[in-house]
Design a protein. Structure first.
Length: 259
């Protein structure tokens, strides 16, 4: 075997190992009407099942409280995620043109979770503030509820849609107009501490405070929900296909061996 063949085989082995790492694009779409609610950037993560962001009936962690009350990009929450599993991958979604503004009604945001190991990053979690509110959020209570990969490492993630009955109340701030995020003239940094626990949000009546109020983007809030109202959708795709690098390596090997 000549030195070119040896180099090609080593390259193939290297690229095949790299090909095991998968990049997954997560796209989220706000399904609500033009005068309805928005979301803060969605904090997404891929993990082994070890990342448990919150539990119904327990006090919210500082990271969950930070997102549920202030939105933003979840730096504290991401620190908590990585503390639970250092090999987890976590990042917030961004607007199509870049930047971390709110996910407005009818709009979409996305993020690519790069270099996922199908074993170490098998499961998907999300968390985001639902606005206007004081501490309402979306998130998955069970860390193993959403699979990106099966036990054999195959990508199996399908899209899903959340309805209004999947909203949570962090229990960290009293609900009301005062201190609510996304309402003009209010500051999310205000608000009265509640000292409660995470519970299901009152989606039927919990947003009456905001009806007729002007939002930060300038539209007048007018919206109502029932249990079956779709609020946000999630879609997943691999980018690029994981076999691409391995195929390129095989072609390189074949070319070298012909010499």
């Amino acid at each position: 075997m000549n030195r070119y063949s040896t180099f090609a085989i080593l390259s193939l082995l290297s690229l095949s190992t790299q090909a095991m790492a998968v990049d997954v694009r997560v796209t989220v779409t706000n399904l609500l009407g033009p005068t309805s609610s928005a979301f803060s950037p969605i904090i997404t993560s891929a993990h082994s099942g070890a990342v448990d962001q919150f539990n119904s009936g327990s006090a919210a962690s500082p990271g969950v409280e930070d997102v549920a009350e202030l939105g933003a990009t979840g730096a504290t929450l991401i620190t908590e995620i990585l503390a639970q599993q250092p090999t987890a991958i976590a990042a917030p979604t961004q607007n199509a043109g870049g930047g971390f503004g709110p996910l407005l009604p009818g709009a979409s945001q996305s993020v690519v979770l790069s270099g996922l190991d199908p074993m170490a990053n098998r499961y998907f979690s999300y968390l985001s503030m639902f606005v206007p509110s004081n501490d309402t959020f979306i998130g998955n209570d069970s860390p193993t509820a959403i699979q990106l990969f099966d036990a054999g490492g195959a990508f199996i993630a399908g899209g899903f849609t959340l309805t209004a009955d999947r909203l949570w109340d962090a229990g960290s701030e009293v609900n009301g107009l005062f201190g609510s995020a996304f309402i003009a003239g209010q500051s999310a940094a205000d608000g009265a501490d509640e000292g409660g626990v995470v519970t299901a949000a009152d989606f039927a009546n919990g947003f009456d405070f905001y009806q007729g109020q002007t939002t930060g983007p300038g539209y007048v809030y007018a919206s109502s929900f029932n249990a079956d109202t779709p609020i946000i959708s999630f879609a997943f795709e691999v980018v690029p296909e994981p076999t691409t690098a391995a195929l390129a390596a095989l072609l390189a090997l074949a070319a070298c061996l012909r010499r």
